[in-house]
Design a protein around this ligand. Structure first.
Ligand code: SF4
Length: 387
């Protein structure tokens, strides 16, 4: 068995591989194609069943200097689309054959249009995720979209659509979600065993790893982390939310931990656990995946929720994870996260749950202010709860 450090080192190397060399190697090894998708949710099962490698794209973090990306966007939007364009214009995405743009927000929708104009030889698909959760209407619509996508990706990759292949992919991704859920459960119960920055890297390795390999990778890390001798510290337990799309710099996650916070839950890379639980293997697998989206998807700013329900999930998450408070960490100019935040704050205040908030960009380089803010919040919660 590998040590925790070995798992983390491998995940760290994949995290820093913004030229997607591991994807190129996979393609050379298998002779198949790769399909990338923007955050938050894309039906990775469909990509996998078509015989392609699903690649979750989360921008370039702080690893690429933006030279051309800024020319395509106004200054008052988030950083993720700039770095994504920069990666493409610099040839780092050349090995990705297809691009899926989910209807997360206007920025990603516009990016899909730009992609069609800038890269006309690439397969580009805008994924119009249902916002109406009526099982009949939305289920029929989304199943139709999934069927088209499956047929088109199979045609691109030279494979034949098959229910058996789809069921196999549904089972693989359900197993992966179980492994991710086990890791999240460990973080909630014994957060000192799986620090947030480490767990983040382990989950993000699934951005580029074949799903069955990633499942085994998480299970191996979990076994190593549970066996490692790590001290429990007198930290404050916090839930972090708002970071579901553009990702915070790794150093920001470490900064929160150094400020005395155990991150017992977060919505970083929430696309990897967007569906909760297993997808049914009975009946038509496309229907099963469509219904899973309607009935088993997480609550998130980019998913419609009826009035009066906003924030219930966050209050429940705080209670389930025995968190002391909530940290709102949202990308600057992120409409979905920042428009939802006041409604979440109202729900927290009604429930008497303390909170603090700050904004970041994926290429943020200074963390001292956030460290002081998170440290003060954490100290205050400890003093307050002991009063
Ligand atoms: S960070 Fe927010 S605004 Fe930017 S692409 Fe993601 S969801 Fe859209």
């Amino acid at each position: 068995m590998d040590s925790v450090d070995q798992y983390v080192a491998r995940a760290d190397a994949l995290y820093h591989d913004v030229s997607y060399r591991s994807v190129a190697e996979w393609k050379t090894r298998t002779g198949k194609k790769a399909a990338g998708h923007l955050p938050v949710y894309a039906p990775r099962e469909i990509i996998d069943a078509a015989g392609m490698l699903p690649v979750a794209m989360h921008g370039a973090g702080d690893q690429v200097e933006i030279i051309r990306g800024d020319a395509y966007f106004q200054s008052y939007i988030c950083q993720l689309p700039r770095s994504t364009i920069e990666l493409a214009m610099s040839g780092r995405l050349d090995d990705i054959d297809a691009f899926l743009f989910p209807s997360t927000c206007d920025v990603i929708r516009n990016l899909s249009g730009m992609w069609k104009m800038l890269f006309p030889k690439k397969f580009v698909r805008y994924l119009d995720l249902p916002q109406n959760f009526d099982r009949k209407v939305a289920g029929r619509f989304w199943a139709g979209e999934l069927r088209h996508l499956y047929a088109d990706l199979c045609a691109l990759n030279g494979t034949t659509p098959s229910d058996d292949a789809l069921r196999l992919s549904l089972a693989r991704f359900s197993a992966n979600r179980r492994a991710v859920a086990s890791l999240m459960a460990l973080r909630a119960s014994e957060p000192w065993r799986a620090p947030a920055a480490e767990a983040y890297l382990i989950i993000r390795a699934g951005d580029v790893m074949p799903v069955e390999e990633h499942t085994a990778f998480i299970e191996g890390y979990l076994a190593a982390a549970q066996g490692a001798d790590r001290p429990m510290r007198d930290y404050t337990r916090v839930v972090v939310t708002g970071a579901f799309c553009e990702q915070p710099p790794l150093e920001l996650i470490r900064t929160l931990e150094r400020a005395g916070c155990y991150l017992v839950w977060d919505d970083f890379t929430v696309g990897a656990r967007f569906l909760e639980g297993d997808v049914s293997l009975a009946g038509d697998p496309i229907e099963a995946l469509a219904q899973a989206f309607l009935n088993q998807s997480v609550k998130n700013a980019c998913v419609y929720e009826p009035d009066g329900k906003k924030g219930e999930w966050l209050v429940n998450t705080v209670r389930d994870t025995r968190a002391d408070g909530v940290v709102f960490a949202a990308p600057s100019f992120c409409d979905p996260a920042l428009l939802e935040q006041p409604m979440l704050v109202t729900a927290l205040e009604r429930a008497g749950i303390p909170h603090t908030s700050f904004k970041y960009a994926e290429n943020l380089g200074q963390f001292q202010v956030i460290r002081e803010q998170a440290g003060t919040f954490s100290d205050g919660l400890r003093l307050w709860s002991n009063a």
